[in-house]
Design a protein around this ligand. Structure first.
Ligand SMILES: [Zn+2]
Length: 375
């Protein structure tokens, strides 16, 4: 007798959905949450509400290495002795624990420059604290590009940034002094620790934990090793960040083994990974964020259509003479704010990768700059 997942409900650990599965021989937990005190309490409280305790957790199954999924895994393991299961291709990111962060930043800076981002904008971005500041004040930033047909970078904004920074610093100061704010926890959330899983799984494997059997489907794109887990008896697919209900997951760019030349072409790969799962018999799509979906085909097609629209915009932009990813950027993201600059650049480069793969554009590299022309 197998495990029935037809009524499985997530524990909402902040923005992340964690799925506690009773395997008949202990609990398996699909994904955890970010490593903060309040989220830890949500996870343990959620288990208790379901009549479990943390000590019942025997396995933590990770879809990928991002900290909002893997963050609490080691803490669960320390309390319960749980074993961590992760996709083999995700090992470099899991083991890294942030050690390569500096190298990665250097690679990104080089990549952005080679795709046309002005050095002055990168310097400004650095001063703004890069990508890990997602506060409320941050989202109220004005758009980076003018709302004119030329869609030029707003240098006035860049030049005024020191005043903006000063205002934000005083806001942050007030926030830190609020009594309920756990400063240490928040900082700890972004201090990854290396994870060495007890088990690794590969595409096509059947993961057997107690009476639970899950088929492993390697779905690279969001990260190089991302995996979905499929339960055929219940027609349930755990999609991690591969398929979400409203958001379109960002195809992050990576450099396998830290080698700049081996940059992943994540968007084309991501779309192949979407098509790989599209036709599975599935009645419940359980994602790691947002709500549940019940029509896998529809969920996949929504994301693919979104990218097809973007790819057409990118193609038109190239036809009109925008020849770098940075020039294409404001066409794809006219309202872009600084906090999303990095993610947006990854996607713009991804669309050019896609068009190149489809033979619609050709890329040339000269004087340290990648430029694209209609094929
Ligand atoms: Zn996530």
């Amino acid at each position: 007798m197998g495990v029935d997942l037809s009524t499985l409900q997530p524990i909402h650990v902040g923005f992340t959905n964690c799925y506690p599965i009773d395997t008949g021989e202990g609990l398996a937990l699909v994904d955890t949450g970010s490593n903060t005190g309040p989220l830890w309490e949500l996870l343990t409280g959620g288990l208790e509400e379901r009549g479990h305790s943390l000590r019942d957790v025997r396995w933590v199954i990770l879809t990928h290495a991002h900290l909002d999924h893997s963050g609490l895994a080691l803490r669960v393991k320390e309390v319960s002795g749980a074993q961590i299961v992760a996709p083999r291709e995700e090992l470099p990111l899991l083991r890294d624990g942030g050690a390569q962060w500096h190298t990665l930043q250097q690679h990104f800076d080089r990549l952005y420059l080679e795709h046309g981002v002005p050095q002055a904008l990168l310097d400004w971005y650095e001063r703004q604290g890069r990508r890990y500041r997602w506060g409320g004040a941050w989202k109220q930033q004005p758009p980076l590009f003018e709302r004119t047909p030329e869609r030029r970078l707003r240098w006035d904004l860049i030049n005024a940034s020191d005043e903006v920074l000063a205002a934000e610093a005083s806001l942050a100061e007030t926030h830190h002094h609020a009594p309920h704010h756990r400063r240490g926890d928040e900082e700890g959330a972004w201090q990854p620790r290396p994870i060495q899983p007890e088990f690794t799984v590969e595409d096509g494997d059947t993961l057997a934990l107690g009476q639970l059997r899950l088929r492993v489907i390697h779905t690279p794109g969001h990260t190089p090793g991302h995996a979905c887990y499929y339960h055929p008896e219940s027609r349930v697919l755990f999609t991690g960040d591969h398929i979400l209900k409203r958001i379109t997951p960002n195809p992050g760019l990576y450099f396998p083994d830290g080698e700049y030349e081996r940059r992943t072409k994540s968007l084309p790969e991501y779309i192949r990974s979407l098509l790989k799962v599209r036709d599975l018999p599935c009645t419940r799509v359980l994602a790691a964020h947002e709500g549940e979906m019940n029509n896998l085909e529809y969920a996949v097609d929504r994301i693919i259509m979104h990218h097809e629209r973007r790819a057409r915009s990118a193609m038109r932009a190239v036809q009109r003479g925008r020849s770098t990813a940075f020039e294409v950027l404001p066409v794809l993201f006219p309202n872009l704010r600084a906090f999303a600059l990095s993610a947006a650049l990854h996607e713009a480069i991804g669309h050019l990768d896609l068009l190149e793969e489809q033979g619609q554009v050709r890329v040339s590299y000269q004087d340290g700059l990648f430029s694209y022309q209609p094929a």
